[in-house]
Design a protein around this ligand. Structure first.
Ligand SMILES: C[S@@+](CC[C@H](N)C(=O)[O-])C[C@H]1O[C@@H](n2cnc3c(N)ncnc32)[C@H](O)[C@@H]1O
Length: 403
């Protein structure tokens, strides 16, 4: 008697999965059924057993390619694979613990207000919550305008060598208001770009930015948290992309290494990673000013309290190497501004860098890092560098790597 077998639809219904997931798992070699002469998938008892083993491993969050290797006995060091996975879970737990502690601190400030008055408490709690959100710049309209100015000004410097071939699937994470997305789409005609951000407000701006342009059809915006990728199903599933693009995101994350490791799982074999980040330690200017340096230090400190790193540019190579990528190349991209470059005076020194530092005024004061007068003096001195005898210097770092 022929052993009992099931179609993909029957098994999907029995296992509580979608047909799409089972097809994807077949393509990755996690569970590959036999095919009938007409090409239909048939799952026998051995494949059903394997599916339940895969599901058990998947519930621990293990990546699909690792599951496929483990179940096919292709993994020469299964214990090491599982131990590395345990380490990742422990890092996740530590991050959740840090979030819990920040929330507890914020609530403690509400429960035990200082004698200085209620307004003070409210400001401190708001500052704490801003940090708790983990994104120091926030999502006010003025910040969205700043990101757009930044992208326009820096396009040539950062993207002269960016571009993906027609047909390639590109994942952009932390796309914000779509400022880099528009450039990516323009430089990669025919590529399909999936752009992800955790903020619905930023994504709405991004959608509006591309609406009615030639690129509307090739870019898909999806709201998602990069620390929770990949998704089991849908446009953000594992191994779904040829290229990953990250710009000004890692500096805001509590555990950029963990995210870089997650992003590897999004890539297909031979996939590439591109990361662009700044480093506020590279900002120096004439006339020099300790008040201006103190204002920049407020931004660095707030970002650090939020779990980020405004000095991450210098760490890109070691981070990407530790995450397991190969063929890493990092290029410094320096913006040097003086009166001979009025577009950069306006677009970079004034509307990008100084606007970004000015944006942390309230939380910096509320957190006790500065006084209103000292902070404002710092901003005035940064603006002073935009006069005809002033200069400004900042270095971004652009890294590329392979899986
Ligand atoms: C400085 S903006 C950069 C935006 C864009 N890449 C650009 O260069 O214009 C950082 C973006 O990362 C997003 N972000 C922060 N944490 C995130 C997370 N965990 N998952 C997805 N997006 C995140 C923020 O909402 C914000 O839009």
């Amino acid at each position: 008697m022929e052993p009992r077998s099931w179609s993909v639809g029957e098994l999907a219904a029995a296992a509580g999965l979608s047909v799409r997931v089972l097809r994807h798992w077949d393509a990755l070699g996690v569970v590959s059924p036999v095919r009938t002469p007409s090409g239909h998938r048939r799952y026998g008892p051995a494949e059903v057993t394997r599916l339940y083993q895969a599901l058990a491993l998947r519930r621990t969050g293990l990546p699909l390619d690792r599951i496929a290797d483990l179940l096919s006995a292709r993994d020469a060091t299964p214990a090491a694979t599982l131990r590395a996975h345990l380490d990742r879970i422990e890092r996740d737990l530590a991050r959740t613990q840090r979030m819990r502690d920040r929330l507890a601190e914020a609530l403690d400030a509400i429960d035990n207000p200082p004698v200085s008055g209620e307004e003070d408490v409210l400001m401190k709690v708001i500052a704490s919550m801003t940090m708790f959100e983990g994104y120091v710049h926030g999502h006010r309209p003025i910040e969205h305008t700043r990101l757009a100015d930044q992208a326009d000004t820096l396009t040539r410097l950062l993207h002269a060598d960016t571009g993906y071939p027609a047909g390639a699937r590109v994942l952009e994470v932390g796309c914000g208001v779509g400022a880099q997305t528009a450039t990516l789409a323009r430089l990669s005609p025919g590529a399909h770009i999936t752009s992800v951000d955790v903020s619905a407000a930023a994504l709405e701006q991004a959608r509006r930015r591309l609406a009615g342009t030639d690129h509307e059809a090739t870019v898909e915006f999806v709201q998602a948290d990069v620390t929770r990728l990949p998704h089991d199903d849908g446009p953000l599933e594992e191994n779904g992309f040829d290229h990953v693009f990250v710009c000004f995101l890692l500096e805001h994350l509590t555990d950029p290494l963990e995210v870089l490791i997650r992003l590897r799982r999004m890539l297909r074999p031979a996939g590439t990673l591109t990361v662009i980040e700044g480093d506020h330690g590279s900002a120096y200017f004439h006339p020099d000013s300790s008040a201006a340096r103190d204002a920049i230090a407020c931004q660095i400190a707030l970002q650090q309290r939020a779990g980020g790193d405004a000095l991450i540019g210098r760490r890109l190579r070691p981070l990407i190497a530790e995450a397991g990528y190969t063929d890493i190349a990092v290029a410094p991209r320096t913006v040097y501004v003086d009166a001979d470059h009025p577009d950069l005076v306006e677009g970079f020194t004034r509307r990008t860098f100084t606007a970004m530092i000015a944006g942390v005024r309230e939380p910096a004061i509320a957190a006790g890092l500065t006084t209103p007068a000292h902070f404002d003096a710092g901003i005035a001195d940064l603006l002073r560098t935009t006069e005809t005898d002033g200069t400004f210097h900042y270095t971004f770092f652009k890294a590329t790597a392979h899986l």
